[in-house]
Design a protein around this ligand. Structure first.
Ligand SMILES: NC(=O)c1ccc[n+]([C@@H]2O[C@H](COP(=O)([O-])OP(=O)(O)OC[C@H]3O[C@@H](n4cnc5c(N)ncnc54)[C@H](O)[C@@H]3O)[C@@H](O)[C@H]2O)c1
Ligand SMILES: Cc1cc2c(cc1C)N(C[C@H](O)[C@H](O)[C@H](O)COP(=O)(O)O)c1[nH]c(=O)[nH]c(=O)c1N2
Length: 185
């Protein structure tokens, strides 16, 4: 167990916690894998995101953290809507395609896409999709935190979950599989 990092004050966080140490520790935080898409006057764009979470159910709200250096950033800055597509166990290739270095238009050649209520692209077969209006933007360091009110959504239980942990993808079995597995013992 490595010694806990000294709690750094707001001003000397830079010196106390290095980016490398932050990333080493953050790589231990398992997360869902999503493709966040947008469409509108800023054009169509999408990127792979794990920094996504629920904020409140009243009103239904989630947040997405987007690196200001991302090629997708200008489109999200100009558009007022986005869709969070939650990837399933069979979507690793989609995650890698939207995870950078692929030209934006080529990204949507992977998978089957339709338009959400807001016009943002929806991935057919996503475990869930949350179609949102961006209601608040907070810039924190290198990222924008986009607070989004959900206007439409859907989910399905057709496949396993997909986690990103320790710099790799991991499939998660459904409860039903685990129960079935127990029953077969
Ligand atoms: N929030 C993010 O911006 C974020 C989250 C996950 C992964 N990524 C990017 O995906 C790629 C693969 O990441 P990896 O996990 O394989 O190895 P990595 O060592 O680059 O990152 C390890 C962990 O650190 C965190 N992290 C990394 N870069 C970050 C950033 N710029 N801002 C905030 N958190 C960050 C993430 O939780 C990531 O899983 C890298 O280019 C990484 O920068 C970015
Ligand atoms: C599994 C996983 C998870 C994330 C990412 C990548 C991968 C592979 N990336 C990085 C993002 O998808 C993309 O690589 C960067 O935006 C750079 O892309 P461009 O080459 O600029 O389009 C990412 N970026 C971001 O701004 N917020 C995030 O939460 C995440 N999470």
């Amino acid at each position: 167990m490595t010694a806990p990092h000294p709690v750094a004050s707001q001003h000397d966080t830079e010196s106390a916690i290095s980016r490398e140490a932050f990333r080493e520790a953050m790589a231990q935080l398992a997360s869902a894998v999503n493709v966040v898409t947008t469409a509108g006057p800023g054009g169509r764009a999408g990127f792979t995101a794990s920094a996504v979470c629920s904020v409140t159910d009243t009103p239904p709200t989630l947040l997405v953290c987007l690196n200001q250096s991302a090629s997708a950033w200008p489109a999200f800055a100009d558009n007022e809507v986005l869709c969070v597509n939650v990837l399933g166990g069979d979507h690793e290739a989609v995650s890698n395609t939207f995870g950078g270095r692929t030209p934006m238009d080529e990204r949507f050649e992977v998978g089957e896409w339709s338009s959400a209520v807001t016009g943002a692209p929806v991935l057919t077969g996503a475990l869930a999709h949350f179609d949102c209006r961006i209601t608040r933007r907070v810039s924190v360091g290198t990222h924008d935190v986009l607070f989004c009110e959900i206007v439409a959504m859907d989910h399905c239980e057709r496949t396993r979950g997909l986690l990103y942990f320790d710099r790799g993808y991991h499939q998660l079995p459904r409860r039903s599989e685990a129960v079935r597995g127990l029953a077969q013992r």
